[in-house]
Design a protein around this ligand. Structure first.
Ligand code: ATP
Length: 261
C-alpha cells in the first residue's frame, strides 16, 4: 500500500539524515518507528507526507502509494491525498486548532474544504467521529474553544479530524507523549480500535519501545537515520539483533525476569 524504497533524505546542511531506508506497509498494519532523538523519525514521516521543511529533499530512492510514485506528484495531486488518504497527527494536535474559534465550526470547515456536503451533514459527521474517539458529551466539545478542553480531549479531537476521511495511512508523530500515562493508555487503545473500524495503516513514531510493542504489529528501530533492527514486538523483545535495541529494552521495567511493556 505505501512503500519507502531505499530512500535517503538530506537537508540543505549536507549529510543524509536518513540513509537507504526501506519499509513496505500493508493495509491496516501498525508499524512502530522507535529511536532516540535525532534518529530521523520525524523526517521520515514528513517525507511520506511531502512536507519536508527547510530544503529537506529525498535524494535517493522511491516513495510509492498504491504503486504511484508520490515524489513526482504535483501540488494539486498532493492536495488530493494529504489529509484525506494520508493524514497526520502530532504530539499536540490541538495546537493546530485555531484558539479563537469553536471546535465545531473548525471541524465543519475542515470537512467542507475536502467534501461537498451541507453544514448540517458536516456537523453530524464531526459528532460521529468525536464519538468514535470516545469523547463524551460531544455537543459540549463542538461548542467549546480549544482552551476549554483538556490536553487529552484536544488530542482526541485531532485524531478524530485526521480520521475523518478514513485515510489509508495515518502518520502519528509521538501522539501520546505529551499526555499523562492513563490518558496515553486510553488513546493508544482507541487508536488500535480505529484501525479495526477504518482499516487504516498507522506509522506510530515514539521514543518508547514499550509503547511501540503494545500498539504495533511490527517495529522498526532507527539510529542515526538507519534501520538497526526490525521485527514483530515479540521478536524484538526476545531476540534483538542490535546492541542499541538491547539498550532501549533495558529501559523497560522488568519484574521477576518478565518485561512489562
Ligand atoms: N529542518 C532541518 N534542517 C536541518 N536539519 C534538520 C532539520 N530537521 C531535522 N534535521 C536534522 O535531521 C536529523 C533527524 O531529525 P528528526 O527530527 O527527523 O529526528 P527525530 O528522530 O524525529 O527526533 P525527535 O525524536 O527529537 O523528534 C537530526 O540530526 C536533525 O538535526
Amino acid at each position: 500500500m505505501f512503500e519507502f524504497r531505499n530512500i535517503s533524505v538530506s537537508y540543505q546542511t549536507g549529510n543524509p539524515v536518513i540513509e537507504n531506508f526501506s519499509l513496505s506497509m500493508k493495509e491496516g498494519e501498525i508499524v512502530g518507528i522507535v529511536g532516540e532523538s535525532g534518529s530521523g523519525k520525524t523526517t521520515l514521516i514528513h517525507s511520506a507526507m511531502g512536507l519536508l521543511s527547510c530544503g529537506g529533499k529525498v535524494t535517493n530512492g522511491k516513495l510509492t502509494f498504491f504503486g504511484d510514485s508520490i515524489l513526482d506528484y504535483s501540488d494539486e495531486q498532493w492536495r488530493n491525498i494529504r489529509g484525506k488518504k494520508i493524514a497526520m497527527i502530532y504530539q499536540d494536535s490541538g495546537a493546530m486548532l485555531n484558539p479563537i474559534r469553536k471546535i465545531g465550526s473548525q471541524y465543519v470547515e475542515f470537512i467542507r474544504t475536502h467534501e461537498k456536503i451541507s453544514k448540517k451533514e458536516a456537523w453530524n459527521k464531526s459528532m460521529q467521529l468525536l464519538e468514535d474517539m470516545m469523547l463524551s458529551d460531544v455537543d459540549h466539545v463542538m461548542n467549546s474553544y480549544p482552551f476549554q478542553l483538556s490536553g487529552g480531549m484536544r488530542q482526541r479531537v485531532g485524531i478524530a479530524m485526521a480520521m475523518t476521511f478514513s485515510p489509508n495511512l495515518l502518520l502519528a508523530d509521538e501522539p501520546t507523549s505529551a499526555l499523562d500515562v492513563t490518558t496515553q493508555a486510553q488513546i493508544v487503545r482507541q487508536m488500535k480500535d480505529l484501525r479495526e473500524i477504518y482499516h487504516t495503516a498507522i506509522i506510530f513514531v515514539t521514543h518508547n519501545i514499550g509503547l511501540a510493542s503494545y500498539i504495533a504489529d511490527r517495529i522498526v528501530v532507527m539510529k542515526s537515520g538507519k534501520i538497526v533492527d526490525t521485527g514483530t514486538p515479540e521478536e524484538l523483545l526476545n531476540n534483538p539483533v542490535s546492541e542499541y535495541t538491547r539498550k532501549l529494552l533495558d529501559c523497560v521495567p522488568t519484574l521477576e525476569g518478565k518485561r512489562y511493556v
